[in-house]
Every structure is written in C-alpha cells, then in structure tokens.
Design a protein around this ligand. Structure first.
Ligand SMILES: Cc1cc2nc3c(=O)[nH]c(=O)nc-3n(C[C@H](O)[C@H](O)[C@H](O)COP(=O)(O)OP(=O)(O)OC[C@H]3O[C@@H](n4cnc5c(N)ncnc54)[C@H](O)[C@@H]3O)c2cc1C
Length: 378
C-alpha cells in the first residue's frame, strides 16, 4: 500500500533483471560461492546500484527510500544472499560514500560504484567482537600525509571481492567511541589482504571474508568523513541498515510461505491434502497473520525513513522483530514440507539456513532489545 506506479514500474524492471540474469543461474552461483562481475555490471546498467547517488556521479538520485525497499524485497524473494551482497553496496555503503565524502572522492569512487565496476563492503566487526563496536582494535596512526592501518576485520560481506572497503579504525586510543575514523581501503593497497571466503551455515553464494591490514599506508585523501567521528557516522547510518534487513526478512519469509502454501495444497497424507488438516490450516493462518502484521510495521518504518523521521529505536524494533518472525515462519515451512524440507535441493531448506543469520547481523537481536530497553528508561 505504500508504493505507487513508479515504484511498481521499478519493481517490474528488477523482476525482469532477476528472471533473465539471476533466477536461472542461482545454483551456479551457489556452487561458485559468489556472484560473477557481470551480474554487478548488469545491475549497474539497469540503474539498481546508484539509487541514492546523485545523477552527476552516475546514479539516479531517486531520493525516495521506497525504491531501495522495492529492490530489497525483490532480491530477497530470489536469494537472501543476493540481498545481503548487493544490499551492503546500494543500501548500506551508499550513504557513507554520498554523505561523507569529498568532491574528489565522489568523482573517484561513485561512477564505478554505480556501474558495478567498484564493488564495496564495510568493515566494522573484528575477531575480538562486533556488538561492542566502540571497543574495536584496528588502529590507524598518522604518518605525514598518510595513515598506517594495522588490524583485522571478520565476517565482511563482499570481503573477498570488494574493490573498496569502508574500514572503521581507532585513531585516538584514549577516546573510545570518539576516537574512531572511517577509511576507504582499496584493493591492491600493499599490506591489505583477505582470507578465503568463510564457510557459512547458509548463504553459500555470498562472499563473506576476513580482512587483514598490516602496515597499510592509506592516504589522507581516503579518510571518509571527519577524523574521530566515524562512530557517530556509523550510528547515524545503522538505522537504514536495520530497516533494509527488516524489509528483506519479511519479503523472503512471505515468498517462501507462499510457495509452502502451494505445496501443502498438493501434498497428500491419509487421503487428503496436508494443508487441510486443522492443525496445519491454523498454523498457516497464524503464519500469514504474522507476516501481514509485521509487514504493516515495516512499511510504516519505510515511510518514516522516506520522510527522515525513522528513529534508531524504531529501526531496532523492525529489525529484531522481522528477523524473529522470518525464522519462526521458515522453521514452520520446513516442518510443513516434511522430509523434503530438510533436503538442500528444496528452496525451503536453503531459505531456513539462509535466514538464521538475520538474528545476528546488523546488530544482534539482543543488542536491538538493549537499544529499545534503554529508550524505555531501563
Ligand atoms: C554472514 C555474516 C555477514 C556479516 N557481514 C558483516 C559486514 O559486512 N560488516 C561487518 O562489519 N560485520 C558483518 N557481520 C558481523 C555481524 O554484524 C556481527 O557478527 C554481529 O554484530 C555480532 O558480533 P559478534 O559476532 O562479534 O558477536 P559478539 O559481540 O561476540 O556477541 C556474542 C553474543 O553475545 C551477545 N551480546 C553481546 N553484547 C550483549 C549485551 N550487551 N547484552 C546482551 N547480549 C549481548 C550477542 O547478542 C551474541 O548473542 C556479519 C556477520 C555474519 C555472520
């Protein structure tokens, strides 16, 4: 109900792209643990990567978060890993590169960002911890006009393939949250290496890797935003990341539930469709209700964000709730498929595995409740 004709026309173009370039090849992407560069450049050609980027730098400057939401929904219906890898780029990194960069950086990075020739990632989490972001240990020490970066990051989406990573590093050790700065670390910088893609429980087709920085010389021209204000920059942008996660969680669960409902109409036991047993009928009714009620809240947050009114607390509510609902719904879907629901060959099984991480990433569900609890004055 929150979308108009322009959004639906955009949705149709996303679907056409997915039908032509992605859906037929998902199994190959899973086997190859990633997306070929051509998918990125094709998405770039279609204008999907630069939704938030002004036209003068190659984007479409849509200026309406509903387009991001439409893209997130459609990608999630096909592959949760695709929402993750592409979402990190067009939805999560984009605001950093658009809002915080200098004119020179915009001209250097944004055209390639929009065309898909520069794939991006963001490195906040470290092996020593992700929830307590203010305690990160990667350091950047000033040396003349440069900064020398030392440390490591882990679980970084697009980590192995990224050409540009926004990296959070400690620049003032004594200042904790007020001593963190963001750097644009580019592929090929001496001392910047990556581990091989991490072996995950789900989302095999997304490339998640460790990043290592050993004396990486990063020019001052690659500082993103103000020195020592990186933590604030991340806090200001995390609500959009969490809303994007909520949007894709509900779209993914809704899609798999729709497919499951078709399955239980066909599959028979004791001479009747398994969906017609009262237990399963009531279960389906509950699942559909949970999805629709959750969708209403997420839509409300999308509209609030479009108008610049989304609070960090409401984004946290949307994120944890949508992740929880998605996991509950998909677990029930696996059950409704019976043994086939446990077979990797079936999409429902992969969806169930792919969804588990959504309670962990973008800030764990516990951290979301911590934010909400604090807002309650507790
Ligand atoms: C597939 C995948 C992709 C990811 N992509 C990225 C990425 O692109 N960039 C990036 O920077 N990070 C990324 N992450 C990292 C993710 O954001 C972190 O895993 C997450 O923030 C949790 O940090 P942690 O794993 O260090 O857990 P920890 O911080 O060690 O937490 C462990 C447990 O303790 C709980 N806990 C911690 N503090 C509290 C508290 N105060 N109260 C109650 N419970 C608490 C947590 O909720 C969790 O259950 C990704 C992770 C995964 C798995």
């Amino acid at each position: 109900m929150i979308f108009d004709d322009d959004h639906e026309a955009f949705r149709a173009s996303v679907r056409e792209f997915l039908d032509r370039h992605v859906r037929p090849n998902v199994d190959t992407f899973i086997a190859e643990h990633g997306w070929p560069r051509e998918i990125w450049t094709e998405a770039g050609k279609q204008g999907f990567l630069g939704l938030e980027v002004p036209e003068e730098y190659g984007g479409s400057g849509a200026g309406d978060y509903r387009f991001n939401a439409v893209l997130g929904e459609e990608l999630a219906k096909v592959s949760m890993a695709m929402t993750s890898c592409f979402g990190i780029h067009y939805d999560i990194v984009a605001p950093y590169l658009v809002d915080l960069t200098t004119e020179e950086q915009k001209q250097r990075w944004l055209p390639g960002f929009c065309s898909g020739e520069i794939i991006t990632g963001i490195g906040m989490t470290e092996p020593s911890g992700g929830s307590d972001l203010a305690s990160l240990r990667t350091t950047a020490v000033r040396d003349g006009d440069d900064w020398i970066l030392d440390g490591s990051k882990t679980f970084i989406t697009n980590g192995a393939s990224a050409d540009l990573v926004v990296v959070a590093a400690r620049t003032s050790p004594e200042k904790k949250a007020k001593g963190i700065t963001l750097f644009g670390v580019e592929a090929g910088m001496p001392g910047f290496t990556r581990g091989k893609p991490l072996d995950k429980v789900g989302q095999t087709e997304s490339d998640t890797a460790e990043l290592f920085f050993e004396g990486v010389r990063v020019p001052a021209a690659n500082v993103i935003g103000e020195v020592d204000r990186g933590f604030i920059a991340m806090m200001e942008r995390l609500p959009q990341e969490r809303l994007g996660a909520a949007v894709s969680n509900i779209a993914h669960a809704a899609q798999i539930l729709a497919e499951t409902l078709e399955y239980v109409k066909e599959r028979r036991a004791f001479g009747q469709a398994v969906g017609s047993f009262q237990h399963n009928k009531f279960l389906a009714a509950e699942l559909v209700t949970r999805i629709e009620v959750s969708q209403a809240y997420v839509d409300q947050c999308v509209m609030a964000h479009k108008d610049g009114r989304l609070t960090a607390v409401d984004a946290a509510k949307a994120k944890w709730w949508a992740a929880e609902v998605q996991n509950d719904v998909l677990d029930a879907c696996v059950q409704l498929y019976g043994g086939y629901g446990y077979m990797n060959e079936y999409r429902v099984a992969r969806a169930w595995r792919d969804a588990r991480v959504t309670k962990i990433w973008a800030g764990t569900n516990e951290i979301m409740k911590e934010l909400i609890g604090r807002d309650l004055g507790l």
